[in-house]
Design a protein around this ligand. Structure first.
Ligand SMILES: Nc1ncnc2c1ncn2[C@@H]1O[C@H](COP(=O)(O)OP(=O)(O)OP(=O)(O)O)[C@@H](O)[C@H]1O
Length: 589
């Protein structure tokens, strides 16, 4: 839209500030936002609230005063009490209609002090004698604001001839899957206090389901008719995200679901790598209100494609959104579990312990650099040298996973288990906890085996040799950790250059031989991303961050170790992974 069109005045009205009758404000609505203009003889002041920052608006009316109330007939803003327009508790003596506009406005101009503040703008319509006429005017504003928020077209009819029969109708409906056990058991509280109030302000209906056991979210997503919802919001850590994504790939209609129903991620766990990465990608302030970017994304309905990685082990196929790890970081992640009582400090203690008693693992790492497409590499794979595949995977693969695989805490973010400070009141929600199958549900809910669908692999099978243009490192490794997001956790900027949909896997390789000082520096650098600069310079020989399209790890099976996928512990053994650019879709503020 050109700037002239953006400035077109859609609606304009003069209002008085409730507390100071002499103060006049011109309020103007354009495609840019809501303009609050104070134009007096002394000065001209204009504040624009961008449409992007407005999440909703409601028409309300005055609440009937209690008998002993001595409030004036013109309510002051701080004494004003309002009710819904159809409430039986309304004050008939006040014929005004009130439009409440909810906005979350960026405050602060530096990256370090930027945060959003909740602001309510109240417009009182009282030009007419009858409430119905004032309400009609307020409804007209509401309808236009709602359309602007949703990016819907506006024509002269919607602007001028609005009538009550043309009120805004909400077509969206969200599914919320909340893990009450995530983080410090605060999942439910986070939803009720931080998310529900915002969804209610935006007047988006939702169905809330609390997860009842490990894999509940995965089973729910696999078995229900998801097309009754326009988005799925998960509240919890990366574990619940993993379940939701892999539940989608257990559906034969995964391709439709993944493209049309975006996933929203509200950080409520101890590992919130994806939520942090999404906020980083969108340049949204994350602290002090880490749940706010996700809530805003959910109500705005804005989403973007996200790369997913298809991971294959000898026993299962997984779709990963965050990481694959072998060695140091995975060891710390899993082994520090035994120090659980120490809370977040257990990771620090275990990191030091592991640096002192440094382990390394023998194996081979293969990778396909990001400038060689997998498909091109596979053309070469057709050469006779590389034939002899023992296991060709078809487009549909049926493999079984164990039930209830152990979930491990994420090392990367336990330090950042902070509470969110955004305060919202008056939480209310509709909730359905009945998870029985309904009309349109996928009828394989009782099937205990896991059937993985999803795009077919473009790689040679795990037991087959790789094409010549793959690079190979053979030796001892302190760790190999791959990520496709910037952050592995709230405090771990692992791959500073990564984007949600850059079509790359960022492979961090630490070879045996790096000194303890280099390793310590590397671990400390993870919180700020300094390792990506420092280690490529000073320790480049041992520590490398390499963008790739695919990789394979073949650990020496005479040794023991840990391998994790998105923080989930998988069997120790050969593993390969390939990027599927833009396969998923996530809500982005
Ligand atoms: N009601 C429940 N009872 C027990 N476990 C559950 C329940 N709901 C979900 N889970 C499991 O909890 C695991 C961890 O969840 P999530 O990632 O949301 O939180 P977290 O705090 O980051 O987890 P972690 O315990 O790994 O730190 C999920 O993988 C899921 O299988």
């Amino acid at each position: 839209m050109d700037s002239k069109a953006e400035d077109r005045i859609l609606l304009e009205e003069t209002f008085y500030v409730l507390s100071k009758k002499s103060s006049v404000f011109k309020v103007r609505l354009t495609f840019k936002g809501l303009h609050l203009i104070k134009d007096s003889e002394q000065h001209f002041k204009e504040q624009i609230i961008p449409i992007k920052d407005i999440i909703g608006c409601q028409c309300l009316r005055s609440k009937r005063k209690t008998k002993n109330c001595t409030c004036q007939s013109l309510p002051r803003s701080d004494s004003l009490q309002v009710v819904e327009e159809n409430s039986t508790d309304s004050d008939d003596s006040d014929t005004s209609a009130y439009l409440y506009i909810y906005a979350y406005i960026i405050q602060g101009n530096k990256e370090t002090n930027k945060k959003r503040e909740r602001t309510i703008i109240t417009l009182r319509f009282r030009s007419f004698d009858r409430y119905e006429d004032n309400n009609k005017e307020a409804q007209r504003w509401r309808s236009v604001i709602k359309r602007l928020i949703k990016g819907e077209p506006l024509n002269n009819f919607t602007l001028n001839e609005f009538s009550l029969t043309h009120r805004h109708r909400e077509t969206r409906r969200l599914l919320v899957l909340c893990n009450p056990k995530s983080g410090a058991g605060k999942g439910k509280q986070i939803f009720q206090q931080k998310i529900a109030p915002i969804i209610n302000e935006a007047e988006i209906p939702y169905d809330l389901h609390m997860t009842k056991y490990a894999n509940f979210a995965r089973d729910f997503v696999r078995t229900h008719n998801l097309f009754q919802w326009t988005g799925i919001v998960v509240v919890g850590g990366d574990g619940i995200v993993f379940e939701a994504i892999n539940g989608i790939f257990e559906r034969y209609d995964w391709a439709d679901v993944i493209k049309t129903i975006p996933l929203g991620v509200v950080p409520g766990g101890s590992g919130n790598g994806l939520a942090r990465s999404i906020a980083h990608y969108a340049s949204e302030p994350y602290l002090p209100a880490p749940t706010l970017p996700a809530a805003l994304a959910a109500v705005r309905g804005t989403s973007e494609p996200m790369d997913l990685v298809r991971v294959e082990t000898t026993s299962q196929i997984l779709f990963s959104f965050l990481s694959v790890g072998w060695g140091l970081l995975s060891d710390i992640d899993i082994e520090s579990e035994r120090l659980r009582v120490l809370g977040g400090t257990r990771f620090t203690i275990w990191s030091i312990a592991r640096l002192l008693g440094l382990r390394s693992y023998r194996g081979k790492l293969w990778y396909l650099p990001s400038d060689i497409p997998i498909s091109k590499s596979n053309d070469k794979f057709a050469s006779p040298i590389n034939t002899g595949s023992t296991l060709e995977l078809p487009a549909e693969v049926h493999l079984e996973t164990e039930e209830g695989r152990p979930r491990v805490d994420s090392w990367y973010s336990a330090h950042s288990r902070r509470s969110a400070y955004f305060s919202t009141g008056g939480s209310s929600y509709q909730s359905t906890t009945d998870s029985k199958l309904g009309e349109g549900d996928v009828p394989n809910s009782k099937d205990k085996t896991r059937r993985m669908y999803g795009p077919a692999s473009q790689l040679p099978s795990l037991t087959t040799s790789l094409p010549d243009d793959w690079k190979c490192m053979d030796g001892r490794f302190v760790m190999v950790h791959a990520s496709y997001q910037t952050h592995l956790g709230e405090d771990c900027l692992f791959a500073p250059e990564a984007k949600l949909n850059d079509g790359r896997i960022w492979l961090l390789v630490v070879k045996y031989g790096a000194s303890r000082t280099q390793l310590l520096q590397f671990l400390l650098g993870l919180s700020t991303g300094a390792h990506a600069i420092n280690n490529n310079r000073s320790s480049g020989e041992y520590i490398k961050l390499i963008p790739v399209n695919a990789f394979r790890i073949e650990p020496d099976m005479t040794e023991n170790g840990y391998i994790t996928v998105d923080g989930e512990h998988v069997d120790y053994g050969p593993i390969q992974a390939e990027i599927f650019p833009e396969l998923g879709r996530v809500m982005v503020p």
